[in-house]
Ligand binder design. Structure first.
Ligand code: 6PG
Length: 386
């Protein structure tokens, strides 16, 4: 069989996320073609291919002509200018009616411009938020597609077949017009920042005031993960406490610098919250804390001045402290999701996205980084409202 018009879906960008999504689609029965500028990545995918239903191409023209028409070409490349470079390379090779799907963490305003520009050229452009990291991409992410409703029926069976499932329901649904998919993903990430910040503060309190060691901290988080606080981020936090370093002697966590950088999606949410006037103080604070954490040198100097390292241990009995912290964390989690959902509602009106909020809660229940038991309650609350 020739390669021409053989493959049902194409993927540009065969980094870990792109490669894993390709494998996920291929496992779900789709014939998938890949393309990357890096020959090493092409080699990796071709070595993973067990039959001719999966192939990576070294040339973009061969890749494009290997696809069935109208073509479905997914992009998983770094957000920003790279997306435009790839689109510009593609345009001369495409035919009207072809579909470009940006699966990266693009800013929703860039997506809105691309939807407009490409529709004038008679191409469909769809922005999709994908969450779940490498493992999610391979075995089932949460997928947030928005935009061109005309092509949604073409994409939806593919997305449904690769998404995570909760109670047999796929964690993907149409998120609304224009750049809605990337808007929803931005809000997902803002909530992720806030939950991570809360977990960090909880860790700090239990360690410094409660004098809990890593094994005890593991037990507390593990217990919480079996309760109303059950959440992916709580689960991986519990696991991290027991992780040993490469020598297998010390706890890895104790050797990790308390400083984190950011790709920017949390800050985008705070910026847009100001534009549309949606109050999200928990998310704003977590973005600021992330920036503060990166100022390690300044924090060391400030700690010396204030003698911050000599924090007192609490005289509250450790079990009571754990209970108090659990209650505070539970309340704070609810507040974060609520602020995020409220902003989605406000943004939906402001940008005329028409985002189905209940469906957002539903598809965040599985596959994504902020999946948590409480999203079931949130979804049911929106169901009751309908
Ligand atoms: C996901 C994650 C993932 C990543 C972000 C945020 O949903 O799979 O949100 O997209 O965590 O890129 O990265 P930063 O925290 O570095 O901004």
């Amino acid at each position: 069989m020739t390669d021409s018009h053989n493959y049902q879906v194409g993927m540009i960008g065969l980094g870990t996320m792109g490669c894993n999504l390709v494998l996920n689609m291929n496992n779900s029965g789709y014939r998938v073609a890949g393309y990357d500028k890096d020959p090493l990545k092409i080699d990796v995918l071709n070595k993973l291919a067990t039959n001719d239903s999966l192939k990576a191409f070294a040339g973009i023209a061969d890749f494009v002509s290997s696809l069935q028409t109208p073509r479905i070409i997914m992009l998983l490349v770094p957000a920003g200018k790279v997306v435009d470079y790839v689109i510009n390379d593609l345009i001369p090779l495409l035919q009207p009616g072809d579909i470009i799907v940006d699966c990266g963490n693009s800013h929703f305003t860039d997506t809105a411009i691309r939807v407009e520009t490409l529709s004038k050229l008679k191409f469909h452009f769809v922005g999709i938020g994908i969450s779940g990291g490498e493992t999610g991409a391979r075995y089932g992410p949460s997928i947030m597609p928005g935009g061109d409703k005309e092509v949604y029926p073409v994409l939806s069976p593919i997305l449904q077949s690769i998404a995570a499932r909760v109670n047999e329901q796929p964690c993907t649904a149409y998120m609304g017009n224009g750049a809605a998919g990337h808007y929803v993903k931005m809000v997902h990430n803002g909530i992720e920042y806030a939950l991570m910040q809360l977990i960090s503060e909880t860790y700090h309190l239990l360690k410094k005031s409660g004098s809990l060691n890593n094994t005890q901290l593991h037990q507390v988080f593990d217990q919480w993960n079996k309760s109303r606080l059950q959440a992916y981020l709580i689960e991986i936090t519990a696991a991290i406490f027991l992780q040993k370093d490469e020598n297998g002697k010390d706890f890895l966590l104790d050797n990790i610098l308390d400083t984190a950088h950011q790709k920017g999606t949390g800050a985008w949410m705070s910026q847009d919250a100001m534009t549309i006037q949606s109050p999200i103080p928990s998310i704003d604070a977590s973005v600021s804390q992330r920036m503060l954490s990166a100022l390690k040198k300044e924090r060391i100097e400030a700690a010396d001045i204030d003698n911050i390292n000599n924090e007192k241990t609490s005289d509250i009995h450790s079990e009571s402290l754990e209970n108090l912290v659990e209650e505070a964390l539970h309340a704070a989690f609810i507040i974060c999701y609520t602020q995020g959902m409220a902003m989605l509602q406000q943004g939906s009106l402001y940008y005329k996205f028409d985002i189905p909020i209940k469906d957002v809660a539903s598809i965040w229940r599985g596959g994504c980084i902020i999946r948590a038991a409480m999203l079931e309650d949130i979804m049911q609350a929106y169901e009751k409202e309908e």
